[in-house]
Design a binder for this molecule. Structure first.
Ligand code: ADP
Ligand code: AMP
Length: 216
């Protein structure tokens, strides 16, 4: 199973990818997570990406294409992948097609999380994650069961992303509209786009995605 979760920043891609990993053993490939890791390590890639990410611009296609390329060499019994935050441009779409076909893999679905843009700033400025296991939370929509303690690993340390501020979010949305949304018509012509209401509660969004995957 290979699917792309597509939607603007804060649409819920990471949240849903996480659930699909737990429920189906699929592997999440988030270029955003990979880039943040590179920035934290201070690697040459991280040094190039840091300011671009802080501004909410897109890093060059070649950099993210390589990150994905490095992760696709898996054994034939691998359960599959969820692309989260990739591809984001037509150049990345074409690169992904080549990377998949070179390995005999087929893209099953592009699932678009349809969301109301006005809600996204609220979603993103309230987002935080566990510093230890990466579980995602929200100040209002997904609080830990015990305040200040991660539900998954019990850690008491949480973090917020430096680019999750209102100004950067607006630029990230502009980038999404200009460069990412236009890739949808291409996938439409292939008949693999499915739409899900991303404004529904997290569990309902998950159920809608599961129903799409089950119907394959
Ligand atoms: P993305 O990966 O698309 O940028 P996230 O999955 O990180 O988005 O979600 C952004 C924030 O919104 C997180 O704090 C998450 O807990 C919250 N969130 C995700 N899906 C929903 C939903 N369906 N309803 C309410 N809040 C949500
Ligand atoms: P995300 O975690 O998906 O919200 O991504 C955070 C930031 O990382 C984006 O604002 C971009 O600067 C960068 N980024 C992540 N994925 C990509 C990608 N596929 N192409 C270009 N830039 C990306």
């Amino acid at each position: 199973m290979i699917l792309i979760l597509l939607g603007p920043p804060g649409a819920g891609k990471g949240t849903q990818a996480n659930r699909l990993m737990v429920e189906r053993g699929l592997v999440q490939l988030s270029t955003g997570d990979m880039l943040r890791e590179a920035v934290a390590l201070g690697s040459p890639l991280g040094q190039r990406a840091k300011a671009i990410m802080a501004a909410g611009d897109l890093v060059p296609d070649a950099l993210v294409n390589e990150l994905i390329d490095l992760r696709l060499d898996v054994s034939p019994d691998h359960p599959g992948f969820i692309f989260d935050g990739y591809p984001r441009t037509r150049g990345q779409v074409d690169a992904l097609d080549l990377l998949l076909s070179a390995r005999g893999f087929k893209l099953d679905f592009v699932i678009e999380l349809v969301v109301d843009e006005d809600a996204l700033v609220d979603r993103i400025t309230g987002r935080f994650t566990c510093s230890s296991c990466g579980e995602g939370y929200h100040d209002r929509y997904k609080q830990p069961a015990v305040e200040g303690v991660c539900d998954v690993c019990g850690s008491v340390n949480f973090k917020r992303r430096p680019d999750d501020n209102e100004e950067t979010v607006r630029n990230r949305m502009t980038e999404y509209r200009a460069k990412t949304a236009p890739i949808l018509p291409y996938y439409e012509t292939r008949g693999i786009v499915r739409r899900v209401d991303g404004m529904a509660p997290i569990a309902e969004v998950n159920a809608a995605i599961e129903a799409i995957l089950d119907a394959r």
